[in-house]
Design a protein. Structure first.
Length: 83
């Protein structure tokens, strides 16, 4: 689906949350563990800063959905449109 959308000149963001990095490997990046930035780094920064997450219990945190999800999704789908 991502390939088909990109062929229609749509912007596509692929996020690889798979610990084995199968999506990353699929796109020819053979040593994803050597990359400077990964989802681990991003999620770790969010969890350490606590700015993007809410602690619900001792070892249980949540990164909430955007308050205005519709506007957020709109920005993702149509980043160049006027607000």
């Amino acid at each position: 689906m991502a390939y088909a959308l990109s062929n229609e000149e749509k912007k596509v963001l692929l996020v690889d949350f798979d610990p084995q990095g199968n999506l990353t490997l699929c796109f020819g990046i053979e040593q994803p563990y050597k990359l400077d930035i990964s989802m681990f780094n991003i999620m770790n920064a969010i969890m350490n800063s606590r700015s993007g997450s809410r602690q619900l219990q001792n070892y249980f945190s949540l990164i909430p959905a955007p308050a205005n999800e519709r506007a957020f999704v709109g920005k993702l789908l149509f980043p160049d449109s006027a607000e």
